[in-house]
Write a protein that binds this ligand. Structure first.
Ligand SMILES: [Ca+2]
Ligand SMILES: [Ca+2]
Length: 343
């Protein structure tokens, strides 16, 4: 019609197909690369960290997490992201790559989104799953090696010496004790290391090797830490080198057997009615040597004896008397009862 198109003209259209979808379309998955090892697939309620490249059907990228240099993190299947992506992220393995194509009714619909997504656009996401965990996850311990002979295992209060490599789930190395001359030390249960690692280091034999997987709520959490991305799952490759049995917080010495009925008489080895530091030190050393008592690990016997002696020599005259000791023993007893009340 009109003047521009003559009657009887044959029209030639040059068509560029930008986008096509059918209202019945669902999310399609292609180009899946699933790692050989996949012990678990994501489910609704998991928290996932992934990289993505988002493009239109014509191949033009509209958004990418790679440019931001940090993963996109979200709960799955809870409506925090577009419906199609919420579906696409279910049933994935850690390390998996997949391309998903999402029709507009499962994305931004007829409205689109701002200047970025045009109305009724089909979206294509190339996804790389970095890790996921569930808020209910506990520490996962995989024993890689356990010596046949193992008379004693690590427990709370023990001073442990271990080697470790700390990686992300994809194997990216974050920290390693092998970077330092000495092995790593920690007193278990003392908040020296993240909760998940503390738990994973318990019950170990000398020489034992473990892989300890720590979810972020038992690690560095949503905030991450220097060198640790927010909400990252961490994997610790541990070798227990040695450990020393510990004493409860606040103690320098504990009895492993019943303490002497009359402690002052036992301490006053030469029976002159007073106990100078030297005599006190001899007594403590003897208890440790005979396996009747244990001192706090990580300190020298010298430090322990000096500190204990000073705690007991109330008037600082260089001697412990029967009355001074009695006072100290009563205080310790009260403290112990207070501790029991807390439990
Ligand atoms: Ca004496
Ligand atoms: Ca005194």
């Amino acid at each position: 019609s009109g003047t521009e198109i003559p009657s009887q003209a044959t029209l030639v259209f040059d068509v560029l197909l930008v986008d096509i979808h059918n209202p019945k379309d669902t999310v399609t998955v292609e180009n899946q690369v699933v790692p050989e090892s996949c012990s678990r697939r994501s489910v609704v309620g998991d928290y996932i960290r992934y990289h993505y490249n988002g493009s239109f059907l014509n191949g033009v990228t509209f958004d990418t997490s790679y440019q931001r240099n940090s993963t996109y993190n979200t709960y799955i299947g809870m409506g925090y992201i577009i419906a199609g992506m919420d579906q696409a992220l279910q049933g994935v393995c850690i390390g998996e790559r997949r391309r998903v194509t999402i029709p507009p009714h499962l994305a931004y619909g007829e409205q689109g989104a701002g200047d970025v997504i045009p109305p009724s656009a089909v979206l294509v996401f190339d996804i790389h799953v970095i890790d996921f965990h569930n808020p209910n996850d506990t520490v996962n311990i995989q024993i890689l090696y356990r010596p046949e002979v193992c008379n004693d295992t690590t427990a709370v209060n023990d001073l442990v010496h271990y080697h470790y490599n700390c990686t992300l789930v994809d194997g990216t190395l974050l920290f390693s004790s092998h970077d330092y001359e000495n092995v790593q030390d920690a007193v278990l249960g003392s908040d020296k290391v993240i909760d998940g690692l503390d738990e994973g280091l318990r019950g170990m034999c000398v020489g034992e090797k473990r892989l300890i997987t720590v979810p972020p709520h038992l690690g560095h959490g949503e905030r991450g830490a220097t060198g640790v991305p927010s909400s990252a799952v961490l994997v610790f490759d541990i070798e227990m080198v040695s450990f020393e049995k510990g004493v409860p917080p606040g103690y320098l010495f504990v009895w492993l057997e019943e303490s002497p009925a009359n402690l002052f008489e036992a301490l006053d080895m030469n029976k002159n009615g007073e106990v100078p530091q030297e005599e006190f030190g001899e007594f403590i050393k003897l208890q440790v040597a005979e396996g009747k008592g244990r001192i706090k690990p990580g300190l020298t016997m010298e430090q322990i004896v000096t500190d204990m002696f000073q705690n007991q020599d109330r008037n600082k005259d260089g001697m412990i008397t029967g009355n001074e000791l009695k006072l100290k023993v009563e205080e310790d007893k009260e403290r112990e009862e207070a501790n029991h009340d807390e439990l």
